[in-house]
Design a protein around this ligand. Sequence first.
Ligand SMILES: [Cu+2]
Length: 347
Amino acid sequence: MSGFVIGLGLLLLGAILIAIFRVTTLIGIAKGDGKKRVGSANGVNAFLFIVFLVGSFILLFWYSYTHFDSYNLPLASEHGVVTDRIFWITMGVTCVAFIITHVLLFVFPYVYRFKEEKEAFYFPHNNKLELTWTIVPAVVLSVLIFTGWRAWVDITAPAPEDSERIEIMGYQFAWAVRYGGGDGQLGKSDFRLIDVDNRMGIDFSDRKSYDDFIPLEIHIPKGKNIEFKIRATDVIHSVFAPHFRLQMNAVPGLPTSFWFTPTKTTAEMRSELENENFNYELVCNKICGKGHFAMRYLIIVDEPEAYQEWYKSQQAWLKLNPDYLSKVPADLREVAAISAKMDGSLN
Ligand SMILES: [Cu+2]
């Protein structure tokens, strides 16, 4: 509704401006302006430059201010402190450059618009000016890029040995998430083994895969290093968890990863935001097809003890899908049943 009213307002404003323009043109003709070298349209255009400048600045700053909370989400990871700082420094610097260049861009056509009595000043070249506007941006950009590159190298360094390794796989249109189970190690997988049930293509010839489990929401422990091992089966998806300042593409045929350390549990964030319904989420950040919007998964950050409890309560995927025991090599079926805690379900 408010969008409609704003649209209608803009339409009316446009109509009024056109009317003013036509009236001034007619007055000009009546006064005999037709003999002038440049008509009154020149002045109107110059004035509209200023209207556009002021109007768009007002809209820009109004929007940035009123929607601040939706693009500056509360932070819950260690490296996020660094990336947020770099983001806001870059934002500050580019904002200053943006304002200066745009004020000059729109004020110049107004101030130096054609006037009968005024003659243009010939200004072909100025070394000092050329050097200043080349060197200053070059130095500022180099500092910004170098700081960003250093942070990126830190963030994308190999995950520490003791990290919790969780596999995330994107497909049209959902996520599948796998944990290593009792041995804490993810079994092998192969895209050729993917079928309707075995979404992640778990390879049951690998002993490490028997106790792997695939939960319906992601749990991670606070204060521990978490490594997401990321892949995709069909098109490019993107693992995006904004509260952790985490984003990494999920690319078919090219495994990627991202590691981070969560700093606040879901419960802590709920009380901080005074919102009982708050949840961290993982969403797809690539427009990957018709069902893109459905690619949402909850991330629950637990205290380490609660995480261990949840972890132990999970059931192996093989236990929940006992038909797949037939895919396990015959001599390993007993090991598989024990590892997946399938007591008594052999044969
Ligand atoms: Cu997607």
